[in-house]
Design a protein around this ligand. Structure first.
Ligand SMILES: [Zn+2]
Length: 155
């Protein structure tokens, strides 16, 4: 590299900031658990993120949280860039994210028709409503322990 080298941002430090930004709907999940952080690019420094569900009100809230977190960590010059393709799917939720969802009592997304109750582990479960506490979740109920729970919707 010759000439006037642009200062490269510390990607690990930026990732650490993003790691601490929580999903507004499921505060046990960070946005990195959610899999919406696609990476960090240089020149100009920017965070690449993919919005979750189209029209999900959380998307704007998440971007606002990222902006605030970057600013307060001294990365005010790092931009946020949306990457729309390929679109985010629930498959991008990390293994740790799935474990955290489960521990929080939300059934992690899975393409299988069988949904395991996050409370007792029974697969004798049924969907109660397509619409759970937020547009991204469906409400389910376990027939074994009779507890209701949320399930992350799949695309
Ligand atoms: Zn159960």
């Amino acid at each position: 590299m010759g000439g006037v080298a642009e200062m490269a941002i510390d990607e690990a430090a930026v990732m650490a900031v993003l790691e601490a930004v929580l999903d507004p709907e499921i505060p046990v999940l960070s946005i990195t658990d959610l899999g919406i952080v696609r990476g960090i690019a240089q020149h100009p420094p920017r965070v690449l993120i993919s919005p979750t569900y189209t029209g999900c009100p959380a998307t704007v809230a998440i971007e606002t949280s990222i902006r605030e977190a970057l600013d307060s960590a001294g990365f005010a010059d790092v931009h946020i860039e949306r990457v729309l393709f390929p679109p985010w799917t629930t498959d991008w939720i990390t293994k740790r994210g799935r474990e955290r969802l489960h521990a929080y009592g939300i059934a992690p997304p899975s393409p299988s028709a069988t949904v395991e109750c996050p409370l007792c582990g029974s697969t004798d479960t049924a969907e109660v409503s397509r619409f759970g506490s937020t547009p991204c979740k469906a409400q389910w109920r376990c027939n074994a322990c009779l507890e209701p729970f949320d399930r992350f919707k799949c695309h």
